[in-house]
Design a protein. Structure first.
Length: 56
């Protein structure tokens, strides 16, 4: 997916791990990849269970 979106796997991995903040451009690219609007993508994401935050 990273290649299809034009982003590195390292960067998308950082976003997944919470080590980097997602930008609107990345959100638009990911939602488009799944053929969703950003609003549909966001609504779906809000319904996902959250993982407990790691203590630092």
């Amino acid at each position: 997916m990273a290649s299809a979106l034009g982003y590195s796997t390292n960067y998308l991995g950082q976003i997944e791990r919470g080590a980097a903040n997602v930008t609107v451009d990345v959100m638009a690219a990911v939602s488009s990849y799944f053929k969703l609007s950003i609003g549909q993508f966001w609504s779906y994401a809000e319904g996902l269970p959250t993982r407990p935050q790691k203590k630092r």
